[in-house]
Design a protein around this ligand. Sequence first.
Ligand code: GTP
Ligand code: MG
Length: 203
Amino acid sequence: MMEIKQAKFIKSSSVLAECPKSNLPEYVFTGRSNVGKSSLINMIVNRNELARTSSNPGKTITINHYLINDNWYLVDLPGYGYAKRSKEQRQKWEKALEEFVKYRDLLQVVFVLIDSRIPPQKNDIDFINSLAEWGIPSAVIFTKTDKLSQSASSKNIEVFKQELLKYWEELPMLFHTSALKKRGREDLLNFIDECNQKFISKE
Ligand code: GTP
Ligand code: MG
């Protein structure tokens, strides 16, 4: 498995134009507020407080770049649907999010995080569908699988898959994770490593 030797916070940006200039492959974690993006980043890189976590939804309101092993970026990107923001703020952010995923050249995969405890949400499905329509590679990460019994979370995940299959013939890559129990780390790092190898061979 890829070893994480170094993880450095580089920059917070509010729009694409402010993001770091880079020629390295990049992976984004996004999803609804409070789904566990920052916790998962910390679990992946094995640092407790690299990305700030909070039980207060909406804490992360910027595009946060973390440089890993000096050769790839992990990006903590706030998702959609923050109830506590005004409609105008939400629309502004959703535009920034769309611009980032469409035009960030070195973006390899957008990981959409989904809370394994809840039934499929319309804004998650809409976002996954939009990524596919825009031709952006995506993968789904189910989070917080420790919070339910294995059978209950598997059931929710199955319902989610069936929902996606209403729109698509093939499912994206799916990962089952728990930041608390450190579940899914190896699968995710192996997948990112494979994508990095493909990136290098294309250069
Ligand atoms: P925003 O930045 O506000 O959008 O949230 P986020 O998606 O970054 O979520 P964050 O990582 O801050 O986690 C939100 C809450 O869920 C925190 O209270 C975490 O401790 C909790 N949490 C995150 N991942 C897990 C998990 O795998 N298991 C459990 N039990 N709790 C988790
Ligand atoms: Mg966060």
